[in-house]
Design a protein around this ligand. Structure first.
Ligand SMILES: Nc1ncnc2c1ncn2[C@@H]1O[C@H](COP(=O)(O)OP(=O)(O)OP(=O)(O)O)[C@@H](O)[C@H]1O
Ligand SMILES: [Mg+2]
Length: 347
């Protein structure tokens, strides 16, 4: 794989577009460029492109800013239009499995089978001699995906990879850490959190939940009668809370308690299915990971050690081109784009 061209990782979130470009060198992965640009409110919602033109403009400007020449991008999708389902099947060869999946998938997918792109991965969970294995089924609504492909084409980009947020996150973690233990990955974005439990390099449980850091902004907006931007500033600490600090604290506590509850549901599910292999740690990413004290709170509440993810920990970067402080700051929300950017260009 060394020396191969890698895909430009393009993470189109509901708050911001993130771009990451890596190079595969003899001494490992090298960070060539990275950046993030805010999207207009409502341009992307629940994984759907509502305003393709606005998103296209943002991506184009960011690519230009970062002086990225390559046109081959990899994106990932999430939201209601993506269905992930783990199914248990008889062990069979790849071609046979591919045929079988087509007929099998229908019963698991709430959309007409002709309306979805279908993919799968044999998780090879059956140990030697067993005749059944788990297969992860991935389906995505064609119309939703096609809007992304058309939008990218309109600005001269070629989409060479369409992944799913949860798996791009998993890839990012595995490439960075080289670890294959029982890990709980949690990415808290603006409007959703991805929870993905991985073990031995495979995903055991993946779910999107419609909670994210935007909830905080909206609650702050309502409580103090502020504009979205002013509420956002109060949330991120860019503005001082003054007399409002107690009410603000209450919003943070109630919201993050809700987040922790969702995480604990996933942990309970995992523990009841795999009682003998406890989770080793929770790895936190996304812009929401920046909520002050969130890592400590999750660790106390779940009893699992928490680490804020830095996907660039084992990647080299030129300090003169990329400010190390900026890199450190932006790292947690670049997790998905980094995961996409490690993939070789398939053609
Ligand atoms: N210090 C902070 N405290 C709380 N939230 C923060 C902080 N800094 C950034 N955020 C929030 O993180 C979010 C952006 O994170 P991210 O880029 O991961 O989201 P996204 O990928 O665009 O959204 P999604 O994945 O939900 O579609 C925004 O809601 C932003 O307000
Ligand atoms: Mg995101």
């Amino acid at each position: 794989m060394k020396g191969q061209n890698l895909t430009i990782g393009l993470d189109i979130g509901s708050h911001a577009v993130k771009i990451c470009e890596l190079k595969d060198t003899k001494s490992g992965l090298q960070l060539i460029s990275l950046g993030s640009a805010r999207l207009p409110e409502g341009a992307v919602d629940d994984g759907e492109l509502r305003d393709p033109d606005a998103v296209a403009l943002t991506i184009k400007a960011l690519m230009k800013n970062l002086k990225i020449k390559s046109k081959k991008v990899g994106i990932s999708i999430s939201g209601y239009s993506v269905i992930l389902k783990k199914i248990n099947l008889a062990v069979m060869g790849d071609t046979e499995l591919e045929e079988h999946i087509q007929s099998e998938a229908e019963q698991y997918i709430p959309f007409d089978i002709s309306e979805v792109y279908l993919d799968f991965q044999d998780l090879k969970t059956g140990s030697e001699g067993e005749d059944r294995t788990d297969v992860m089924l991935v389906a995505a609504k064609k119309d939703v995906v096609d809007i992304y492909l058309d939008m990218l084409k309109s600005i001269g980009l070629k989409t060479v990879l369409v992944d799913v947020d949860a798996f791009a996150l998993e890839n990012s973690f595995e490439v960075t850490s080289g670890q294959e233990g029982n890990i709980l990955l949690v990415d808290i974005g603006s409007s959703k959190m991805n929870i993905n439990i991985i073990s031995g390099g495979a995903s055991l449980f993946a779910r999107d939940i419609a909670f994210g850091s935007r909830q905080l902004t909206e609650l702050i907006q309502d409580k103090f009668d502020l504009s979205f931007e002013d509420a956002e500033a109060l949330k991120t600490g860019a503005a001082e809370p003054g007399d409002n600090s107690e009410d603000l604290e209450e919003i943070f506590v109630s919201t993050t308690t809700q987040w922790a509850l969702e995480i604990k549901k996933a942990i309970d599910f995992y523990n009841s299915n795999f009682p003998d292999s406890p989770l080793e740690k929770l790895v936190l990413s996304g812009g929401g990971a920046r909520v002050k004290g969130l890592d400590t709170f999750f660790a106390e509440d779940t009893g699992i050690p928490v680490e804020v993810f830095n996907p660039f920990i084992s990647v080299t970067a030129d300090d003169k081109k990329i400010d190390p402080d900026y890199l450190q700051y932006i790292a947690p929300e670049m997790a998905i784009s980094m995961g996409l950017a490690t993939r070789p260009v398939p053609f």
